[in-house]
Design a binder for this molecule. Structure first.
Ligand code: TLP
Length: 347
């Protein structure tokens, strides 16, 4: 059986160079502060994203939660896009653990208009919370993997700053955004106070994300990470992959984008499949198929001994994600398998 796994870029396996780096990793104990590779990764990440300091964390979810914990006080409010990952898919952690009231703004392709942000700002009078944080997502996953431009990020961030709010960027795939737009990633991170990006997605690492921001903020986050149970010991085993990823895996992301485009074009030719091709800007393809699905479940298409895996993100939308373990040939084959299997189910 051949499986073409397009469920997510999280399914990527480490590269041979990553396995080699893991095997040779000099190790210490990161909680004692003497594991060299997490520190090297943190310096490299902070430098690449143009921030003072960084913190290696086990997951993107923990990185985003730490950002909210460190930018706010319990009982504050935070503004988030209504379909953002932090609001929709992080188990309500900001409410449950950080004690923060989410205010949602319906964005247009991930962009929150200044007037819509301003409508949600509360200044903490007798009856209201104090809105102290704006969260932005780039690329915006549920909008289709849309890459928000530096100008859009700056517009949202300056609106928040004008009201005394901090700005956090969920940049799980911020390098995809930078590559798609042809800009230095710093153009996307400069307007924000903190940014989380994932190593475990398109960059191919097995585990890990990095939270970047001012030194004082990162010092605080390091303590909160321990509180959340995220203080890892020989973290260098996985940080080793992160260093390889930052040095070698960013420039190739455009291949995933080309493959997503090709897949979208193929799928859009199938009868009954609807795709807004203008949203296919990075490595994701969201499409509507004739049938309904159980949200958040795996969807499979099969022809002969080839199986294509995708995910139903909502009842109506199926998502395909390209990544480093998917070749052009896989994409072509996937298009054929989906077409054949939809035709069969329609017969
Ligand atoms: N996203 C996963 C699923 O949870 C949907 C995926 O397959 O896309 N921010 C964004 C924008 C994300 O897409 C994700 C993961 C996260 C944060 C959380 O990262 P992890 O999975 O490392 O906690």
């Amino acid at each position: 059986m051949r499986i073409i796994d397009l469920r997510s870029d999280t399914v990527t396996k480490p590269t041979p160079e990553m396995y080699e780096a893991m095997r040779n990793a000099p190790l210490g104990d990161d909680v004692f502060g003497d594991d060299p590779l997490p520190q090297e990764l943190e310096r490299l990440a902070a430098d690449k994203l143009g921030k003072e300091a960084a913190l290696f964390v086990p997951s993107g979810t923990m990185g985003n939660l730490l950002a909210v914990l460190c930018h706010t006080q319990p009982g504050d409010g935070a503004i988030l896009e209504a379909t953002s990952h932090t609001f929709v898919f992080e188990v309500g952690g900001i409410a449950r653990i950080a004690g923060v009231l989410p205010h949602v703004v319906r964005g247009v392709r991930g962009f929150m208009a200044p007037s819509a942000i301003e409508e949600q700002v509360c200044h903490g009078d007798l009856h209201r919370v104090r809105t102290s944080l704006l969260c932005i997502e780039n690329t915006h996953n549920l909008a289709g993997g849309i890459a928000l431009t530096p100008q859009q990020v700056e517009t949202m961030a300056s609106t928040a700053r004008h009201h005394g709010m901090a700005v956090h960027l969920d940049g799980a795939r911020v390098f995809n955004a930078a590559v798609a737009l042809g800009v230095d990633v710093r153009a996307l991170t400069r307007p924000v106070d903190s940014v989380m990006f994932c190593l475990s997605k398109g960059l191919g690492c097995p585990i890990g994300s990095v939270l970047c921001g001012p030194k004082e903020f990162i010092d605080k986050a390091r303590r909160q990470r321990k509180l959340l149970g995220g203080g890892l010991r020989q973290a260098g085993v996985v940080a080793a992959c992160g260093i390889v990823a930052l040095n070698t895996m960013i420039d190739r992301l455009h291949e995933d984008h080309t493959h997503a485009r090709l897949l979208a074009e193929r799928l859009s030719q199938i009868e009954g499949v609807q795709i807004d091709l203008s949203t296919v800007q990075t490595n994701m393809v969201y499409c509507r198929l004739p049938q309904k699905f159980q949200p958040e479940t795996e969807v499979t298409f099969q022809r002969g001994d080839v199986v294509v895996k995708a995910v139903a993100i909502t009842a109506e939308q199926v998502r395909f994600v390209t990544h480093k373990d998917i070749s052009r040939e896989d994409v072509e084959r996937a298009g054929e398998v989906v077409a054949a299997s939809l035709q069969k189910s329609g017969d």
